[in-house]
Write a protein that binds this ligand. Structure first.
Ligand code: B12
Ligand code: SF4
Length: 590
């Protein structure tokens, strides 16, 4: 394998680059996603970028730096960078939580390879493109928008041929006279039929680079190889704190309506996965969002090839019984994810979700009646109009639901904070006061600095009229503790799990208290040495950050004992297959 022939290396950074040397208490910020608080999961768009660029003749490699650092305490990032000399490096700054890690990595790349361009992309980079280029000389380009496959191809070709950048859509760059040019976002595809998230492509890359960890999406993926397929980019809803709402996509990415993936291609995406992996598949985006004809076409396709994999559907509003019936007759093992956010309808409405509790409860009853294997309910802390008392009442509401649906043992509630950051570009971020919020950090640099703070309380970039940061933290741990007990009481988790979660919550609380005491010390030198002393304790601070308010295992849908179909995988590795895109396209050269 000749490294010099690699055109693009896509690197995924950790949230905070020095998390191994200077750990803090990152708290339950990632408890309801598969990642640890380092957010080691790379954007799924890395897969479509890689496949698209390779289909068009370029050589691309993905390296999950965050995961490598997490798995190996001694993993030497600088050495990795030094060893590789691609035409360009690409880093995701998709989630704002990665701002410190992404910039630190960019700085290292520039120091080691001053001549190799560094490209940033993702939703947060899109929002902050100008500030990034103005402030950080080690970043050369920001590729904006939610769909960068084609413009990135143009940029890489221009770099290869040493051509000008002025006609490359969506690109922000330095014009050579210390000025910054932002070409308009004119590449906004109307559908997702020319790109694909193809796990077969990813398997081939793992073999080509002999780097299973570099391509691994999150820390436990090989034992729980859950995958995702995408219905869309964009959204028709406008939840107030969401940086991926219709309003945000319009203002930030010039997207006036979502781009959907053809429902037939979507079903094929699932079949491609189910041929190789015996694990659950999550459908990202409500299949009813584009309308019933879309959803019913997809379900008809699914019916044609019965599979027993667990398929998880997320709904933005509760579906009707008729819609659930269609799902039940097309997918044998279906699961549901829905985020009512709060039990309090006034809070939910202020957040931007319009449905009432009886509608949701009817959906739960119908789903269970129709054979749904599991309904996950996600509640959130830090919402408009939500008080400390209201957060705890959410747990009471969960009790009433668990009581009502107890014999079925299928309802699993979760609660977690809106953290670490209120999304840049969200309605509330843009007009905090109007919605009862106080924004504590606004610029990239402020967020970067925040991530170096010792606990998640100081990292949070907001408070609300109804809860300050102390109350957000306190209500998170208290509600987490109560919900944990509730789950044990109703048999959703065993006693041992419940006890270990409770112990972690208690320890996290006392360490958070200790950090507060240190942070109140007037002398900065004293403060730093007290923090240093804490970091050197035998039970490192990381211990208090992993799965604090619930266990990762609680998120898992059932998998089969043998999770990978090795014979099929080997066959795929040895053959060329047509990518799952519409229209004529060459067989994948990889
Ligand atoms: C699906 C989803 C998830 C999935 C992630 C799947 C995945 N691996 O990508 C899950 C559920 C795991 C998730 C988790 C989180 N999410 Co989320 N998620 C979404 C959602 C609903 C859709 C994302 C999407 O459509 N992506 C498709 C497109 C836009 O992105 P993409 O294909 O991955 O990448 C393209 C571009 O972004 C760009 N790009 C990305 N990286 C790079 C790099 C380079 C070099 C270039 C050139 C381009 C580029 O090009 C790609 C291809 O065209 C959005 C809401 C929305 N409507 O958008 C929120 C959203 C992205 N998530 C958000 C957040 C906050 C989170 C969490 C931090 C929440 C938490 N505290 O746990 C975690 C982080 C998890 C992690 N990294 O470990 C915020 C981000 C706001 C912000 N600016 O920071 C959003 C906008 C809204 C929200 N609040 O949920 N999320
Ligand atoms: S939180 Fe609301 S606006 Fe954001 S992606 Fe989900 S449904 Fe759309």
């Amino acid at each position: 394998m000749n490294m010099a022939t690699t055109d693009l290396i896509l690197l995924h950074p950790p949230t905070y680059y020095d998390f191994r040397k200077r750990p803090g208490i990152y708290g339950p910020i990632s408890d309801v996603v598969p990642s640890t608080p380092v957010f080691e999961m790379y954007p799924i768009g890395f897969a479509s970028l890689s496949e698209y660029l390779e289909r068009h003749g370029l050589k691309v490699r993905i390296i999950n730096v965050a995961l490598k650092m997490l798995k190996d305490k001694k993993f030497d990032v600088e050495r990795l960078i030094r060893k590789n000399r691609p035409l360009a490096f690409g880093l995701d700054l998709h989630w704002m939580a990665h701002v410190q890690g992404a910039l630190a990595l960019a700085e290292i790349i520039k120091r080691v390879h001053p001549g190799i361009p560094v490209i940033l992309g993702g939703l947060s980079a899109t929002y902050y493109h100008e500030e990034i280029l103005r402030r950080y000389p080690f970043v050369d380009f920001v590729m904006r928008g939610d769909s960068t496959e084609k413009p990135l191809l143009q940029l890489l070709k221009a770099l290869k041929r040493k051509e000008a950048f002025k006609d490359i859509p969506n690109l922000t760059y330095r014009d050579g006279n210390n000025g910054i040019r932002a070409n308009p976002i004119t590449y906004v595809p109307e559908d997702l039929n020319e790109i694909t998230i193809d796990y077969r492509h990813m398997m081939k890359k793992v073999v080509r680079f002999m780097d299973p960890v570099g391509y691994q999406p999150f820390v436990d993926w090989y034992s729980y190889p859950v995958t995702a397929v995408f219905t869309c980019r964009g959204c028709t809803y406008h939840c107030k704190t969401c940086g991926g709402s219709s309003r945000t996509f319009r203002s930030m990415a010039n997207r006036t309506r979502p781009a959907y993936r053809d429902p037939v291609l979507l079903a094929r995406d699932i079949f491609n996965i189910s041929d190789h992996l015996n694990a659950p598949v999550m459908i990202i985006g409500d299949i009813f969002q584009p309308g019933e004809p879309y959803a019913f076409t997809f379900l008809r396709e699914m019916k044609k090839k019965p599979i027993s994999h667990h398929i998880a559907f997320e709904f933005f509003v509760p579906p009707s019984r008729d819609q659930l019936e269609r799902i039940a007759e097309s997918v044998k093992n279906f699961n549901i994810e829905i985020s009512p956010e709060s039990h309090d309808e006034a809070v939910r409405k202020a957040f931007g979700r319009p449905y009432a509790n009886p509608v949701m409860e009817k959906m739960i009853a119908d789903a269970i009646d129709l054979g749904c294997k599991r309904v996950d309910l996600f509640f959130m802390i830090g919402l408009p109009k939500q008080t400390y008392a209201s957060v705890l009442e959410t747990v009471d509401y969960c009790r009433s639901l668990l009581k009502r649906f107890q014999p079925y043992d299928k309802l699993v509630p979760f609660i977690s904070p809106l953290a670490p950051f209120l999304d840049p570009g969200s309605t509330v971020f843009e007009e905090p006061e109007k919605f009862g919020y106080r924004l504590l950090y606004r610029t990239v640099e402020e967020h970067r600095q925040a991530l170096m703070m010792p606990s998640w309380k100081y990292i949070l970039n907001y408070e609300t009229e109804w809860m300050n940061r102390d109350e957000i933290v306190a209500s998170t741990y208290e509600s987490g503790k109560r919900l944990n007990r509730l789950k044990a009481e109703f048999g959703l988790i065993d006693r041992k799990t419940a006890e270990s979660v409770e112990l972690r919550i208690q320890r996290a609380l006392s360490m958070m208290g200790e950090i507060d005491r240190i942070m109140a010390l007037p002398d900065p030198g004293q403060r730093e040495s007290a923090l240093e002393f804490m970091r050197n304790q035998p039970l490192s601070l990381e211990t208090y950050s992993m799965s604090t308010v619930c266990e990762k295992k609680e998120l898992e849908w059932p998998t089969r004992f043998i999770r990978m179909n090795l014979i099929k995988i080997i066959k795929t590795l040895m053959t060329r297959r047509k990518p799952n895109v519409s229209g004529p396209s060459p067989a994948s050269p990889s």
